[in-house]
Design a protein around this ligand. Sequence first.
Ligand code: PDD
Length: 277
Amino acid sequence: EFVILNGNIINRSEASIDIEDRGYQFGDGVYEVIRVYNGKMFTAQEHLERILLSAKKIGMEITFTVEEMKTLLAELIQKNNVQLGTIYMQFSRGVSPRNHPFPVPAVPQSFVAYTKEIVRPLANLENGVKAILKDDIRWLLCDIKSLNLLGNIMAKQEAVAAGCYEAIQHRGDIVTEGSSSNISIIKDGKMHTHPADNLILNGITRRKIIEVCEKGSIPYVEAAFTLADLENADEVFLSSTTSEITPIVEIDGKQVGNGMPGPVTKKIQVLFDKEIE
Ligand code: PDD
């Protein structure tokens, strides 16, 4: 199995990271998860542009271009012969004696990427999943796909402990996003999704959904919605690179709609499937 370490494709067994890597010690870095369908990256351009933007927002200028990363990642997929799976990639600010300020002069960033074979979550896509509600206690720069995921993983763990798949987070009355997904609702045929501001990650799957809503003439609005809107929604779904468009059929033990994936969600799933073919 091959991995990328600092721009080189090497054997995973030969890859090692220094104990003073700032990603390891401070979560000082950014990451992406990219889907691989039929041996090809899906929406690679969007993911790679987003990692450059995330890095910029934490004062890190990634030294690779989108094209350079694309070429390297495509080579990795080919070498590992991945047909269906994901690529995980991250950049940290690099290795330096532990100290909070950014290293001066700057040190080379650590760039790691590896592939994983995973199937599509067909049962969840078909039957839907359960979720809990959870206070969004994270910081106010959730638009950055940063390595600091404690708030997210603690929310996810609470969901898992409750026998659920996802935690739907809210700040006061406003629903923000899942612990590792975006949340959308359908009310009277219209799709509602939180605007792409600092309170959510602007999901690539979310953007694709907006695109297919336009193509499929499904009305939508990018506007914050409340817990009451969520409770009164006809349909609810989550979206992410790995979970695609997964219906949510139960929240805190209460059925969403009739407790089955709804027609608009199904229509969006079909339109989305066309994009990945
Ligand atoms: N998670 N919001 C959060 C907090 C996320 O972590 C993710 C993705 C999303 C959806 O973004 P996208 O559609 O671009 O995958 C929204 C990835 C998959 C992860 O951490 O594994």
